[in-house]
Design a protein around this ligand. Structure first.
Ligand code: RFL
Ligand code: PHB
Length: 391
């Protein structure tokens, strides 16, 4: 097989990149280990930034976001006896959309199917070869068990945090930065109407809690738990009791509506950045190149921002032989990546209990500052609602 761009991974980064390339007349093949059904039902992110929605609109892919997503003008920041609304729309003129990653993944899947995109699901043994030549290739075993090789002009690793692309950049050619947090999130999906109109991020002495949502009848909730927590230790009753306490059930007449839990899992929290995001003819985008903890809702949006930069660079490189944007891709993308890495770390460390009483006082001081100072709230709003693509 031969193509112009071999894309490893059919997550949001891989599928959106193949779409953007096709719009620019560049062909690609997407390779994915999982089945399409698995990829489309993976419960993950829930918030799309303003610029993500603008990009989807510009591609004609935003119709369902507008029909079924829910625009939110801000978030609530909370600590015991206090709840404050941070009004992104009023502060920075930008807002966010509640729209599950599962839905975006379906929209991108349908768009690529309509466009006749070759996507090989259910593959194994993915390996990247000869990336420092003009003809890199990817070998894999297809879903029927046949050994395959795709030769391309460029390979893009959109294979998330556990894919093989990152390791195809030799250690001497890369730098990495990593921070592991001593806590995880216990996330649940529940068949119950949200108890809030916009997301609640709650600081509490027992640990952070968050109330998000997926639709008018499905709530998404998270609890801070120690790293290494066994999900078996958390019965549904224990989860609802902890959520009620940390989210302030009963305070000011606010109530948390419990309901049947349909999914629960424990998610470790990590920050990771690799540079550069290019080695020869191999480029990295999305979680393959960087990971943020979910507290700032940045991971999916960063993956989108990466491919929005990479697509024009590859179109110029392969369409016109102009490699200037491709040369700049890593440095330009890393500016936004580090901004989001800092913002996600800041939101995470401001809201989660570290166990140190000194940290707790500093956290409360920051929360009071953000809730009472327009300057501080504007900084949070600008980062959360998302900087323009190309920042
Ligand atoms: P993905 O979505 O992980 O896709 C990578 C794909 O590569 C495939 N793959 C391979 N394919 C071929 N060969 C191999 N050897 C392969 N190895 C792996 C995988 O099967 C997969 O399909 O990465 P991508 O496209 O970079 O997208 C990144 C986002 O998925 C991720 O950043 C977000 O989900 C992070 N995130 C959130 N981001 C937000 O913007 N807002 C949020 O509210 C938000 N909440 C979250 C989140 C992530 C979470 N989890 C589970 C990590 C909440 C959670 C709970
Ligand atoms: C979610 O709805 O899953 C979600 C929302 C906001 C976050 C993280 C996760 O910061």
């Amino acid at each position: 097989m031969r193509t112009q761009v071999a894309i490893i991974g059919a997550g949001p980064a891989g599928l959106l990149l193949s779409h953007l390339l096709a719009e620019g007349g560049i062909e690609s093949v997407v390779l994915e280990t999982r089945t399409r059904e698995y990829v489309e039902s993976r419960i993950r992110a829930g918030i799309l930034e303003h610029s993500t929605v603008e990009l989807l609109d510009s591609l004609g892919l935003g119709k369902r976001v507008h029909a079924e997503g829910d625009p939110h003008n801000g978030i609530y920041l909370q600590w015991p006896q206090e709840r404050h609304h941070i009004d992104f729309a009023g502060l920075v003129g930008r807002r966010v959309w509640v729209y599950g990653q599962t839905e975006l993944q379906r929209d991108l899947g349908v768009a690529r199917e309509t466009g006749g995109q070759p996507i090989h699901y259910g593959i194994s043994d993915t390996a990247v070869h000869e990336v420092v030549t003009e003809h890199p290739s990817v070998t894999f075993t297809d879903s029927a068990g046949r050994a395959q090789r795709i030769t391309a002009d460029v390979v893009v690793g959109c294979d998330g945090s556990f894919g093989p692309s990152r390791a195809a950049v030799p250690e001497h050619a890369r730098s990495t930065w990593e921070h592991t947090y001593p806590y995880s999130w216990l996330g649940v999906l529940a068949d119950v109407a949200p108890s809030t109109d916009e997301l609640i991020y709650a600081w509490h002495p027992d640990g952070f809690a968050m109330h998000s949502m997926r639709s008018a009848s499905v709530s998404r909730l998270y609890l801070q738990v120690p790293a290494g927590t066994d999900i078996a230790d958390w019965s549904d009753d224990r989860i609802w009791t902890a959520l009620a306490t940390r989210l302030g059930h009963g305070q000011g007449g606010w109530t948390l509506n419990p309901g049947p839990i349909t999914e629960k899992s424990v998610l470790p929290m990590r920050s990771f950045v690799m540079a550069p995001l290019r080695h020869g003819r191999l480029f990295l985008a999305g979680d393959a190149g960087h990971i943020v903890p979910p507290t700032g809702a940045k991971g999916l949006n960063l993956a989108v921002a990466d491919v929005a930069l990479l697509a024009p660079a590859l179109i110029a490189l392969l369409g016109e032989g102009d490699d200037r944007l491709a040369e700049e891709y890593s440095e330009t993308a890393l500016r936004r990546i580090w901004r989001c890495t800092h913002f996600s770390w800041w939101m995470t460390t401001m809201l989660h209990q570290s166990g140190d009483p000194f940290d707790a006082q500093l956290q409360l001081s920051q929360l009071r500052w953000v809730a009472s100072s327009t300057a501080a709230a504007t900084g949070l709003a600008e980062n959360y609602a998302g900087l323009p693509i190309g920042f």
